[in-house]
Design a protein around this ligand. Structure first.
Ligand code: 13P
Ligand code: 13P
Ligand code: MG
Ligand code: MG
Length: 364
């Protein structure tokens, strides 16, 4: 069995929240290289999506392994030192705790992990996003694993015709529910259609029970009790064979849907699919970005990455995202560009409102 762990954190932006400094990525690479030499890791890849540092690791220790989580945590601490030397913006932003206690969950970094038996061919796509939050995967995951207008394999491939099961988390109440596609799609959409509260954590192939997709679902602001940036999520998807083909996995991103995030984590904006080199959100700190790193696994080795959105067939999605960005920006501080009040509770806005409380008087 092989475990694929993607653990990420924003430990400093360059410049502002727009990107990552090359020295941070270099330091991350150095820490990972050492762990590979020490045989803790089988393989690794370090990259960034905007200001988020991404540690992609393979190993044989299973999910939630203390040594792997500690490696990621220590790597983020080492990189934070570099970020502090360079006085990068928000150095150590996502590290909410001072002391590691066995698992990075609940400490700030985002985590997506899956353990599985590597197949004869194991194509994997790792989606990484900046300037948005975990619910952003709901729409694409529904399209990939439940919508036959996106994934023709659900109709014509015998090994997918039985459908997929979705594990949906209520990120506010800390509850979960499993629902099956296709019979329960109306029930599923009841929750998945409200991505600020419900996020798909995992998807399973119903016939085999095999893990198909896992994403990070934490809400940083709810953990910290104050605004500390958005959660900038990741999502792993297995492809081909009994899973959707690579093209079926990428297809939903041709539609730049509106997601939460963007400037100060307080706006709706289009989810723009870009090449890794273009994941530097600068326009109004955005618009929100998604990158896709493709790998073939071979004995746990990460053969890749291929930069999957570095393709002219996504140019139109990027252009439309640019037009939507203009339109949404034209609303300025007005909803629905600005997030609804309930979501703004997790930003700095309540402090401003508090100052004005005394100015309110009762209506006659
Ligand atoms: P190949 O014949 O190139 O493997 O493609 C099969 C497929 O399913 C493409 O979507
Ligand atoms: P990050 O969550 O990517 O750090 O962005 C925070 C922000 O406020 C951007 O305007
Ligand atoms: Mg940041
Ligand atoms: Mg970020």
């Amino acid at each position: 069995m092989i475990t694929l762990s993607v653990i990420k954190a924003d430990i400093g932006g360059y410049v502002g929240h727009s990107s990552s400094h090359p020295l941070l990525i270099e330091k991350g690479h150095e820490c990972m290289e050492k762990a590979k030499r020490d045989k803790l890791l089988v393989d690794f890849h370090v990259t960034n999506c905007g200001d988020d540092l991404q540690l992609i690791m393979t190993h044989e220790r299973g999910e939630e392994d203390e040594a792997i989580h500690k490696l990621a945590w220590d790597t983020f601490l080492e990189c934070t030192k570099v970020a502090k030397e360079l006085k990068l913006h928000g150095a150590g932003q996502d590290l909410l705790s001072d002391a590691f206690s066995g698992n990075v969950k609940g400490m700030g970094p985002g985590v997506a992990e899956m353990e599985f038996e590597e197949r004869g061919s194991e194509p994997i796509i790792i989606f990484m996003a900046d300037k948005t939050s975990s619910g952003a995967w709901n729409f694409p995951l529904y399209k990939i694993f439940a919508d036959p207008f996106n994934t023709i394999g659900l109709v014509i491939a015998e090994n997918m015709h039985g459908g997929f099961s979705f594990e949906i988390h209520d990120v506010k109440e800390h509850k979960k529910i499993n629902l099956n596609a296709p019979e329960e799609i109306y029930d599923m959409l009841l929750f998945m259609g409200a991505p600020g509260r419900y996020a798909v954590k995992a998807v399973y192939h119903r016939g085999s029970g095999e893990i198909a997709s896992v994403s990070s679902t934490q809400r940083l602001s709810m953990m910290a009790g104050r605004y500390v940036g958005k959660d900038d999520p990741v999502c792993i998807v297995r492809s081909q064979g009994e899973f959707p083909a690579v093209g079926e996995v990428l297809e939903p991103f041709t539609n730049p849907i509106l997601v939460e995030g963007w400037m100060r984590g307080s706006h709706h904006g289009p989810f723009m699919p870009v090449a890794v080199r273009e994941s530097n959100p600068t326009r109004f700190d955005g618009p929100p970005r998604v990158i896709a790193a493709g790998f073939q696994l071979s004995g746990g080795k990460l053969v890749g990455p291929r930069d999957m959105f570095d393709d002219p067939s996504f140019d139109k999605a990027r252009r439309i995202a640019g037009e939507i960005a203009d339109y949404m920006r034209s609303h300025g501080p007005f909803e629905p560009h600005r997030l609804p009040l309930e979501e703004m509770e997790y930003t700095t806005m309540p402090q401003v409102i508090k100052k004005l409380e005394k100015r309110f008087t009762d209506l006659e």
